[in-house]
Write a protein that binds this ligand. Structure first.
Ligand code: NAP
Length: 301
């Protein structure tokens, strides 16, 4: 039983990440259906991918052996799991690719286990670009046998798939990732605002620094866009703020407080107040520029 691979997947949550994941699962012959709170998005993907029609949700979920969820936050995930928990067959598996707290993952695993359904937390890194290419990095918290059953599903959406340990440990790894992402953004945005005010040629600066010890993905991929005031790319800062609050509460459970996380939460909350909520996390440079001139922007002197 435990060796039977998962082959009939429903994707629940067709946002920026869920849509390309659904397409990749369809390409691998693993997708039987999709579901989304805003039904129009599900209809569009159903038509695009030529998915079968079901009488209702009960019929659709009862035919699946796996539901892959990818929704915004903890409460949203709890709401969608409630939507289908009574329809899934015992022996089926929920794979959650949202970023939520390790505690939410463990609570849901317990709720689903009482119905004979397995749960694994499988948060991802690699952004919308990675989701489209099917090259996500996936951090999995799961029972080992269930993890093996999901290998085809993970191979369809990701290229670096790592079993981190029991349920919750995928989300713990993702929280570590987000602390690092926030720190890199702080360092690069501060440094580039400084460079602008040193009146350096920004293209040359980014090229030479990328090749040395300070080089990193964020500088390579977001350096020139932020210098050019393009913030409509990549990872929305309101999602990083949500993730950093998870990092903050996870650290608090250890009686720790992480200044990097707390400062980043303040910064991103300020950017949201300034109505930049839908911008990429590199919009942080807006605040760093204000350290040099209160109006923001580099000086010409
Ligand atoms: P998104 O584009 O904002 O999509 C969010 C999805 O969640 C939509 O399908 C939305 O449904 C659904 N949703 C939100 N609240 C809901 C509720 N109360 N009940 C039911 N459904 C609800 O977000 P995304 O970029 O796809 O991100 C999804 C998850 O992946 C998040 O946890 C995010 O942190 C994580 N992630 C994102 C990235 C990235 O680069 N975007 C990278 C790594 C991880 P509607 O269509 O009805 O609004």
């Amino acid at each position: 039983m435990s060796e039977i691979k998962l082959k009939k997947v429903i994707v629940y949550g067709l946002g920026a990440m869920g849509r390309p994941m659904a397409r990749n699962l369809k390409d691998h012959g693993l997708l039987i259906g999709v579901k989304n709170r805003t039904e129009g998005k599900a209809l569009a993907i159903r038509n695009e991918l030529g998915l079968p029609e079901f009488e209702d949700d009960e019929e659709m979920f009862s035919q699946a052996d796996c539901v892959l969820t990818c929704v915004a936050a903890d409460d949203d995930l709890k709401a969608v799991v409630n939507d289908f928990i009574d329809y899934l067959k015992p022996g089926s598996v929920v794979i959650d690719c949202s970023t939520v707290s390790p505690n939410t993952a463990r609570t849901l695993a317990d709720d689903l286990a009482s119905k004979g359904i397995s749960f694994m937390d499988a948060p991802v890194s690699g952004g919308v670009e990675g989701a489209k290419k099917g090259s996500l990095s996936i951090m999995v918290g799961a029972d080992r046998e269930q993890y093996k059953r999901a290998s085809d599903v993970f191979a369809a959406i990701g290229s670096q798939i790592t079993h981190m340990g029991r349920v919750g440990q995928g989300q713990s790894t993702k929280a570590v990732n987000q602390v690092m992402v926030a720190g890199v953004a702080q360092a690069v945005c501060t440094a580039l605002a400084f460079a602008e005010n040193c009146n350096l040629d920004m293209k040359k600066t980014i090229e030479v620094l990328s090749a040395g010890a300070a080089g990193n993905w964020f500088l390579d991929n977001r350096g020139m866009t932020m210098v050019n005031d393009e913030f409509k790319v990549g990872f929305k800062l309101n999602l990083l703020l949500k993730d950093l609050k998870i990092c903050q509460s996870t650290a608090a459970e250890m009686d720790a407080s992480l200044p990097l996380v707390n400062d980043s939460i303040e910064d991103y909350a300020q950017l949201i107040e300034m109505e930049h909520s839908d911008e990429d996390i590199s919009a942080l440079i807006r605040l760093k520029r204000m350290l040099f001139s209160p109006e923001g922007g580099a000086s010409d002197e």
